[in-house]
Design a protein around this ligand. Structure first.
Ligand code: AMP
Length: 427
């Protein structure tokens, strides 16, 4: 199938070929036609499937096919859970709309609101936003969603995990009832289905990969190891393999920092990316990782969500996530766009239950290896690490409100404490 046959305009086809895409990905093939027809769509797709183009391309076409008055009210709103994802989606919107007469902007917390406000004032057709900053500006009367025609909720599952449900509801109330809705989610819990039911109107359902299954191209392996030997083992694996682009997941921000420090001492160029890092530091780390000046990016789940790093060869779980679905998200960072990848997990005795849960979810047993000198501790307890312990931003249940408050208030604190500066510290 070609992009032409999907019914996209010349201007979009030109932008697509400039990006170097030749064939639409499965999610694009399935999502683009109903969106062009003005239908609501519920799509099951995670990062790496080409979902962003899947909603952005038809959205741009629908808007440009029906030009509106010159002063440009916000006609499309794309809501994303994280700042990084907002920035990436915006970059895509910009690229795909290069040959169209449409203007776009992105707004998120952690940075000065002034430039964002002045861009919106000039009139934008498409706004990409995270919920906190969007509501902030709306409450200050600095933007209106009363003319929104298309609403996109990206990574809806992560939105709920981060406690944004109330915010989403508030945003929805401020838009006209008659609009087109597109909702993307990697997983489909009961809560997501409920949310979809509330937002979408007779949606067409499309799916990129079967729910909760891991990509075949990913070579997965578990290293059983004593907890205290994990740092040395990961350093050995990365050094021996001479790996140049490795994404490492830790459970906590503190753990990410500590691991980075140790890697640095061992001569590995590593940077941490998590919620306590300033926006500037995170952008810099990501740019360094993409350009190759940093070989290892150590991230927490939330920070890593939505990072657009194509063709990642190695993902390592320094610790297993206690939410099995996160494992699927994490390893989905490798083996993208048809390239093969490797996902390794360092598992200590207290993570045995997590491993079992993950294997149940992905319906396969992961091959286990033990490296000489890094054996697991036969006397270590297999009692799991307490749920939520050390998890920042969220735990599986209960703390949704807390996490929301903490992430939102950090934006606010920044603003109230240091109004003039380019707020580059977070939380
Ligand atoms: P996404 O799932 O939207 O984060 O996209 C994942 C990556 O795939 C991004 O780097 C996109 O630029 C790229 N991509 C999107 N659509 C295509 C396509 N049809 N062909 C090749 N690459 C694509």
């Amino acid at each position: 199938m070609s992009f032409q046959s999907l019914g996209l305009s010349e201007a979009l086809l030109k932008a697509i070929s400039k990006k170097g895409y030749t064939t639409p990905s499965p999610i694009q093939q399935k999502a683009i036609p109903p969106i062009l027809e003005g239908k609501d769509v519920l799509a099951s797709a995670q990062t790496g499937t080409g979902k962003t183009a899947g909603f952005t391309l038809p959205l741009l076409q629908v808007l440009s096919d029906n030009p509106k008055e010159k002063y440009r009210p916000i006609r499309a709103l794309i809501l994303t859970p994280t700042r990084e994802l907002a920035a990436q989606v915006y970059a895509n919107v910009r690229e795909y709309s290069e040959f169209l007469n449409l203007r776009s902007a992105v707004i998120f917390g952690g940075v000065n609101q002034k430039p964002q406000v002045s861009t919106i004032r000039k009139g934008v057709d498409i706004l990409v936003a995270t919920p906190g900053r969007l509501l902030d500006l709306q409450n200050q009367g600095l933007l209106s969603l009363k003319r929104v025609e298309i609403f996109v909720l990206d990574e809806a599952d992560r939105m709920l995990d981060m406690g944004f449900l109330r915010d989403i509801e508030r945003v929805i109330k401020s838009m006209p009832e008659k609009r087109q809705n597109l909702m993307f989610s990697a997983t489909f819990s009961k809560d997501i289905k409920k949310l979809a039911h509330g937002i979408l109107n007779h949606p067409i359902q499309v799916e990129a990969t079967p729910e909760n299954t891991t990509v075949d191209a990913i070579n997965q392996k578990v290293y059983r190891v004593a907890k205290g030997l994990k740092t040395n083992l990961i350093i050995k694996l990365i050094s021996d393999g001479n790996w140049k682009q490795v994404l490492v997941f830790t459970r906590t921000k503190h753990g990410a920092n500590k691991l980075c420090e140790k890697m640095g001492k061992a001569g590995i160029k590593a940077a941490a990316i998590h919620g306590n890092k300033s926006q500037g530091a995170r952008t810099k780390a990501l740019a360094g990782f993409k350009s190759g000046s940093i070989s290892v990016l150590v991230a927490t789940d939330i920070a890593a969500r939505g990072l657009d790093i194509p063709l990642l060869p190695h993902v390592i779980n320094f610790e297993l996530p206690n939410i099995s679905e996160d494992y699927v998200h994490r390893i989905g960072r490798t083996g993208r766009a048809g390239a093969s990848g490797e996902a390794l997990s360092l598992v200590s005795a207290d993570e045995t239950t997590f491993l079992r849960d993950i294997e149940k979810l992905i319906e396969m047993k992961l091959p286990v290896e033990i490296v000489e000198g890094f054996e697991p501790d036969p006397n270590a307890s297999t009692v799991p690490i307490k749920q939520g312990q050390g998890r920042q931003n969220r735990s599986p249940r209960n703390s949704k409100n807390n996490s929301r408050n903490s992430s939102r208030s950090s934006d606010r604190n920044n603003k109230s404490r240091r109004p003039k500066r380019n707020n580059d510290r977070r939380g």
